[in-house]
Design a protein around this ligand. Structure first.
Ligand code: M6R
Length: 612
């Protein structure tokens, strides 16, 4: 939800900001802009559309400056347009600001400002906050920093803001609550951004700014304060990330690169944790809290989107292996429905970005109610990782494509290990089954590799069905959430309407949709539900639906019922979801590409949804 970049130092600011915005475009791409400060002359340029359009627009313009801020937007208040693009300029023309988040009480503040003679050139909450800051500064004859502090005490909502002022030509003032901010520390220069990707090629020393903190950033000085004006010592961390991790590396899209990275990302996730030969799983976050976890009265899983689907798979696995009741909740619903959380409850929070506002807010609520929070997060150092009592990272590396792929398989691998570890400690699994599942999990990277070698088959299937207007995805048991995930992926990047359903439930309604034009994707690997799902395939075939099936190598029945099928290696049914999702990721990818869609930046979406 919006990407922000700032620079102050000896370099030319514009190229640093432009490159940073391109890296952050996954966070929003409906308009972008920069504000550049050259001595005390403030130049603001902004444009509707992707960052490339801003770049083109700025050819030949004056972009000379050693300090600047830039923004790529995902619209909340006001349609995507030049005038709603950030940075915004205050009424007196002396301040420029960018913002990621939502000011919830903007209407009330705007009314006050209008009464005091202000008018607005955009529909955004950001312009309201900026003019409120200017109003306070003018009326109190105070510094910008002081005005900002006063303004933020009145504001409700979420923000990460960067502010520059014509009168302070080397200073950026930043503040955050609910939206991420990282500051890179260079030699006589500082970089500010929503995540580390714009910073990584200049420095690995970073400070993650916390909620309710304010940063005053000059080329050779970084001061952190809280809203009470007390100075805080910045905690400097070293980035554990290489530049190559955020580049396409020869692939046409980040999504394809990330799909093909899965053998190694899953391997990285298991490495150092799972030792199949020794029969052990080492996870400090689980081990240190094992009493809490194995004695949980109930586990509640909170997540959104693809991460929520990982939670559904985990529900089946944890209940099967650990015999602990599990509930999986959309984080956004949990937050607002007055849920019952008891001290013996464990919450598992699943998130790729670790910044999803719905999940974050729900977790804060659960934490207040006394729940123990275990985070399964991909982005190291992110907000969800930091508010969790314990957790396990998925170690999938930066995921840039808006459609989540490698983070999902990482989540499944982590959740499987967590379940196995609890089950063996609790005594709800036999040693034999434990050893078997450890070996099965250990074999996953190799099996994913084998699936990817046949990716061209899915390209052919995608070509055949790219013009369909609807799809149905069906699965049973452990593969039911994979049907949901397949449908979500297809919707996101091909804009084809798709529904995921439990295969047996299909006859209670969706079967009415079936005719010769409806492709129905069955996730029908050999498991304890196989005979039943074959019957469901018969039901679709009898109504002339087009069947595409994901099946286990050696299955001879399903191919006869299918118009197209894709085989995957044999796997235990608890492990199968990590494999069955891969062909569905590829099917969506190739369908999106065949339809000419920018699969890394599909319309209306953003990678990190930092608004509620
Ligand atoms: O970063 P998170 O895992 O918390 O994000 C949750 C969802 O926004 C995310 O999974 C979304 O559904 C993806 N676009 C799915 O591909």
């Amino acid at each position: 939800m919006c990407g922000i970049v700032g620079y102050t130092g000896p370099k030319q600011a514009y190229p640093v900001i432009l490159k940073g915005l391109k890296r952050l475009e996954y966070r929003g791409y409906d308009s972008s802009g920069v504000a550049l400060l050259n001595n005390s002359s403030l130049n603001v340029y902004k444009k509707k559309g992707k960052v490339a359009e801003l770049e083109e627009f700025l050819i030949g313009k004056n972009v000379e400056a050693n300090i600047g801020i830039g923004h790529t937007r995902w619209a909340t208040h006001g349609e995507p347009s030049d005038r709603n693009a950030h940075p915004h300029t205050s009424a007196n023309g002396k301040l420029a600001m960018i913002h990621n988040g939502i000011i919830e009480n903007y209407a009330q503040i705007k009314t006050e400002l209008v009464k005091n003679g202000y008018s607005f050139t955009s529909d955004t909450d950001t312009e309201v906050l900026l003019n409120f800051i200017e109003y306070i500064q003018t009326n109190n004859s105070c510094s910008l920093e002081e005005a900002l502090r006063i303004a933020l005490k009145r504001v409700t909502g979420a923000y990460c803001i960067l502010l520059i002022e014509a009168a302070s030509p080397d200073t950026i003032i930043a503040a955050r609550k609910g939206s991420p901010l990282v500051i890179g520390i260079g030699k006589g220069e500082h970089f500010l951004a929503s995540d580390a990707s714009p910073i990584i090629e200049y420095t690995k020393e970073v400070v993650y700014v916390n909620d309710y903190e304010l940063a005053i950033v000059k080329p050779d000085e970084l001061i952190l304060k809280n809203l009470g004006n007390e100075t805080i010592t910045p905690y400097v961390t070293k980035l554990d990330m290489e530049l190559s991790a955020i580049e396409k590396g020869g692939y046409d899209h980040f999504m394809l690169k990330e799909i093909f990275e899965q053998p190694s990302t899953i391997y990285d996730c298991l490495r150092g944790r799972l030792d199949a030969a020794a029969g052990t799983i080492t996870m400090a976050g689980v081990q240190l809290n094992i009493e809490q976890l194995k004695n949980a009265n109930r586990i509640m899983i909170l997540a959104c989107g693809t991460s929520w689907h990982a939670g559904l798979v985990a529900e089946y696995i944890i209940e099967e292996l650990c015999r602990i009741p599990v509930e999986v909740e959309y984080a956004s619903e949990f937050r607002y429905r007055n849920p019952i959380v008891n001290p013996g409850d464990v919450i598992i929070a699943i998130s790729q970005s670790g910044e999803t506002a719905d999940t974050l807010v729900a977790l804060n609520k659960a934490k207040e109610d006394g729940a123990f929070i275990f985070g399964v997060v991909n982005a190291v150092g992110s907000s969800i990782a930091r508010i969790s009592h314990a957790g396990a990272y998925t170690h999938a590396g930066p995921e840039i494509g808006v459609a989540s792929t490698k983070a999902f398989t990482g989540q499944l691998a982590v959740l499987m290990m967590v379940a196995l570890k609890i089950a063996i400690e609790k005594g709800t699994i036999t040693q034999e089954r434990y050893t078997h599942l450890l070996n099965e999990l250990n074999d996953v990277p190799e099996k994913v590799d084998a699936i990817l070698k046949n990716s061209e088959e899915l390209k052919t299937i995608a070509e055949a069905y790219k013009d369909a207007s609807d799809f149905l995805f069906l699965g049973r048991g452990y593969n039911f959430p994979i049907a949901l995930e397949g449908a979500l992926k297809l919707k996101e990047i091909s804009y084809i309407h798709a529904e995921g359903y439990p295969a047996a439930e299909m006859k209670h309604g969706p079967i009415a949709l079936v005719d010769e034009n409806l492709p129905v994707v069955f996730v029908a690997t050999k498991d304890s539900y196989h005979e039943k799902i074959v019957s469901n395939m018969q039901e679709i075939k009898a109504r002339r639906g087009k069947i595409i099936s994901i099946i286990t190598d050696g299955d001879t029945i399903s191919p006869e019922l299918s118009n197209h099928y894709f085989s995957i290696p044999t796997a235990d049914e608890l492990i199968a979801p990590i494999l069955t999702v891969i062909p569905l990721q590829l099917l969506s990818y190739y369908t999106g590409v065949a339809k000419g869609i920018d699969v890394d930046k599909p319309r209306n979406l953003a990678k990190s949804v930092t608004v509620e």
